[in-house]
Design a protein around this ligand. Structure first.
Ligand SMILES: [Zn+2]
Ligand SMILES: [Zn+2]
Length: 144
């Protein structure tokens, strides 16, 4: 897969126990939707999408590394981050600044919880939900 910002081939990296595809020149990272997470998705709370946590979708000129579709950008208020997602449900792009922000949030959570394993689990849970195919379906439907 190629970076959405340049032609570099994305490399697998593990961030906080989560495998991502990162641009070697530091543009950001791609998160594939995890098919295995479909089972977990049953617990998804619809309220989360009713305009409280997800808002302001715009089209970008970045393209999905899988299918080339224009990525759609939205704000995820829970973490106050901007994510770009593929409307064909391939996954998410996190710009460098955003992935740094996520790391920062993780560090703060670690401080709060005094246990990195807990903070890691917390973020992994959020990502898991974000990456479930039906979350993207709902996301896509919300902004149609
Ligand atoms: Zn790049
Ligand atoms: Zn795609």
């Amino acid at each position: 897969m190629k970076c959405t910002k340049c032609d570099a081939t994305l490399v697998k990296e593990t961030h906080r126990g989560i495998e991502v595809d990162a641009c070697p020149t530091g543009h950001g990272m791609w998160l594939d939707l995890a098919e295995l997470d479909q089972l977990e998705d049953k617990a998804f709370d619809e309220d989360e999408l009713k305009g409280t946590l997800v808002y302001s979708q715009v089209s970008t000129t970045d393209s999905c590394p899988h299918c080339g579709s224009a990525l759609q950008q939205f704000q995820y208020r829970l973490y106050d981050i901007t994510l770009e997602y593929c409307p064909s449900s391939h996954g998410y792009w996190l710009d460098k600044g955003e992935s740094e922000r996520v790391t920062e949030l993780m560090d703060r959570r670690e401080g709060d919880m005094e246990r990195s394993a807990e903070a890691q689990k917390d973020w992994a849970g959020t990502l898991k939900r974000l990456r479930s195919p039906s979350f993207v379906d709902k996301l896509t439907g919300l902004f149609k």
